[in-house]
Design a protein around this ligand. Sequence first.
Ligand code: UT7
Length: 338
Amino acid sequence: MQKLHRGSRIIGSGHYCPEKILSNFDLEKIVETSDEWIRTRTGIRERRIANEQEASSDLALLAAEAALKDAGIKADDIDGVIVGTVTPDMQFPATACLVQDRLGAKNAAAFDLGAACSGFIYGLNTAHGLIVSGQMNTVLVVGVEVLSKFLDWQDRATCVLFGDGAGAAVLGPCDPDDGILGTYMRSDGSLADLLWIPAGGSRAPISEFTYQQREHYIKMKGDGVFKYAVRAMVDATSIVLKQADLDLEQVDHLIPHQANIRIIDAVIGRLGIPEEKVVVNIDRFGNTSSATIPIAFDEVRKSGKIKSGDIVLFVAFGGGFTWGSVLFRHTEPAGRSG
Ligand code: UT7
């Protein structure tokens, strides 16, 4: 890779998940399913669900405020707000603009990034590019979804899988040999109909017909997603390690997108990484799409398990089809343990 004049690193993180818990037992009362089926097929026990008033910008704001506080910076120090989401408050303006306003980040550009479950990884990679190119110094990246409002609660194949939540990270400049050591992003739009919401855009505006067909809800071909997900995550892991000239043994924490425990287990098996290095919280939050990685990172970091100098690898796949990874050497802010 070309030698950079400066790098970027995560200087703060935060997350927020709605208070309401929906357990597998609660779901047994909504669709024909069982706690046993959901646990053994997905690893999920419960997920958080936004209340009627809560939209993505509400969750994103709380995660962002926590990340700014953690980074010890003020909102007007932020140059960019990037929100990875496929469940925006509305078609436009961007949810990032709503977050920018409510944060008081009056010096920031703001835009949404639609890469489904890879949204946070795409956002981090974009923020890294903006910082190393010198266009921005401090960028807030949020992954947020309120998927519960786009789920078909009559479709047991999808409604048991997803949850709502938000995670955020603040990126700032650092020495070029520190912080983010490798980034990777790919897509394959020929797989678009594996996971999508068919109606509600300019292709199929919502009509009586699309409404009757329930096409304004998430549709998924679960087995297809499964097959591509494992391959994509294994490839994205290997490629980003190669970029940084590191071996898998040097990775201290692998934080994969939390979509299904069997996908995570298959990735662990193919890579041959010890289980204890892999962060898993899908049992408590389900699949929160673009928010899974920043929520898991913030949780595990604040538990003290990630120390300064540790090598961390994020890897995700999602609708689009999109996939990607970020590899970095973590530095805890001064005053924190590690
Ligand atoms: O971020 C990306 C998001 N998406 C994913 O990661 C999805 C990846 N795919 C998966 O996680 C899995 O494919 C699923 C969990 C969605 C499904 O697991 P599976 O082992 O592939 O099950 P299946 O689709 O082959 O279905 C097996 C059976 C079917 O019944 P029959 O036809 O064998 O009688 C389904 O109707 O399980 C049935 N089924 C359910 N049963 C109880 C499907 N959903 C449920 C359910 N409860 N919630």
